[in-house]
Design a protein. Structure first.
Length: 433
């Protein structure tokens, strides 16, 4: 007899991003099939999850289908959803929220959310002229696929915008073939914080998530920008930060039938909330950390979300953090460096304890974990506790059990909370209903 509690999950990935979720759900006792569309990354997850090459032929097999990115995946997800399939993934509209920065800002404004002034450009000379004629601090934000090259985002520090003008001159000479459209956004100071939630096709599920990204490569928030070096977070009932941002988008997301996670990264200060950008998909390492912050199986949450189930789900109290363990050439992409220093690097555990350890670009051969892919993303290690310090202690204690040649990581993930929490509470943004 078939076990009615056992579900079939089909994961469709661009570059092997959510292999850890697939592995977790497999270990929870469900059936999993995993497809990586980028053949150059096809060995990510080998030895951890069952693989398929042509996901289309497995659609009818699946109870739940999970997409992991934007970049056109929303159109595929929407078509399958229209066929009656239970799908976690975007729509062309929600893809555009993330891929097209100006569109995302305009949609926030339409929903009644305050935004920072910005101008969109497709010409570097026009942008340079604008800065010189309107001197102030700006942030350069590439749109489209160029925004995935994190080092191209530049935060100006000079009051007259002279540093931004110099960077634009450099981009004109070296990046004009890559950066087709970009924004110049006014810069404000404050606390950088993101608010996110799972959407079940009709409404936001609760609790919501408050998280703090650590983008810079080095401790102290210095060095080049990365995709992410770590995140701290906690679950919350709806609060002021949520009500004044994501909650206002709920009617549009319901019209779209969006199913999945979405968050908006903001700068907040005593004057207001200023949304910066959307993540209209699972974030990484956000979803790995969240999976350890649940008081229920990840498979149950995914099924509940994909089938429009109850809005409430079970999450832990307290705080969670996740730390990325990376190897060369991260955050850059350099095939020669990766192959020289990191390809097939062994991941060694001093003790056979994998609790709180989440895979990134990893494969398993003869029961040995090896780094693969090409970016140098190895693991995410999480910790949880009733205080942020307890969560940090657990995560960094777990890291001491791991050996990877040439490994590096930030040792200050979660430190921001000590100062940021005082300001956020003082300004009232974390006050629950």
């Amino acid at each position: 007899m078939t076990d009615p509690t056992k579900k079939r999950f089909l994961f469709i990935s661009t570059d092997g991003l959510h292999v850890d979720c697939a592995w977790r759900i497999l270990r929870e006792g469900h059936e999993v099939r995993y497809c990586t569309e980028n053949k150059a990354e096809a060995d990510i997850g080998d030895g951890f999850v069952p693989k398929v090459e042509d996901w289309q032929s497995h659609v009818d097999w699946a109870d739940v289908i999970v997409f992991d990115d934007v970049l056109g995946q929303g159109e595929k997800a929407a078509k399958l959803r229209a066929r009656g399939k239970a799908v976690i993934g975007g729509t062309p509209y929600t893809d555009r929220l993330e891929d097209d920065r100006s569109f995302g800002q305009d949609e926030l404004k339409k929903a009644g959310v305050n935004i920072l002034p910005y101008r969109e450009f497709d010409n570097f000379d026009d942008a340079i002229t604008h800065v010189r004629e309107n001197p102030r601090r700006y942030v350069i934000k590439p749109s489209g696929e160029a925004q995935n090259i994190k080092r191209l985002l530049f935060v100006g520090m000079e009051d007259d915008g002279s540093d931004v003008a110099r960077v634009l001159e450099a981009y004109k000479r070296t990046w004009s073939d890559t950066i087709k459209i970009f924004q110049l956004q006014h810069k404000v100071t404050g606390v950088e914080v993101a608010v996110g939630g799972f959407f079940n096709g009709r409404e936001f599920m609760e609790p919501i998530n408050i998280n703090f990204e650590h983008k810079k490569l080095l401790p102290g928030n210095v060095g080049p920008a990365t995709g992410e070096m770590g995140t701290s977070m906690f679950w919350s009932k709806p609060n002021k930060l949520y009500r004044e941002t994501l909650a206002k988008l709920a009617p549009k997301l319901a019209d779209e039938g969006y199913v999945g996670y979405i968050d908006v990264n903001c700068i907040v200060n005593s004057q207001g909330i200023y949304p910066l950008e959307f993540t209209a998909r699972f974030g990484y390492p956000t979803i790995q950390i969240m999976s350890d912050g649940l008081n229920m199986p990840l498979a149950d949450l995914f099924h509940q979300m994909a089938t429009g189930g109850p809005k409430e789900f079970k999450a832990k109290k307290g705080f969670q953090i996740g730390v990325r363990l990376v190897v060369p050439p991260y955050p850059f992409k350099d095939k020669e460096t990766f192959e020289s220093f990191s390809k097939d690097a062994a991941i060694v555990f001093k003790r056979p304890n994998h609790e709180g350890v989440h895979i990134h670009d990893v494969k398993r051969v003869n029961d040995e974990w090896l780094v693969t892919g090409g970016m140098g993303l190895a693991l995410v290690v999480t910790g949880a506790g009733l205080t942020m310090r307890e969560a940090q202690k657990q995560a960094y204690g777990r890291i001491q059990n791991i050996l990877i040649p040439n490994m590096y990581f930030r040792d200050d993930i979660g430190d921001r909370w000590i100062d940021d929490s005082d300001r956020l509470h003082t300004w009232g943004y974390l006050r629950e209903n």
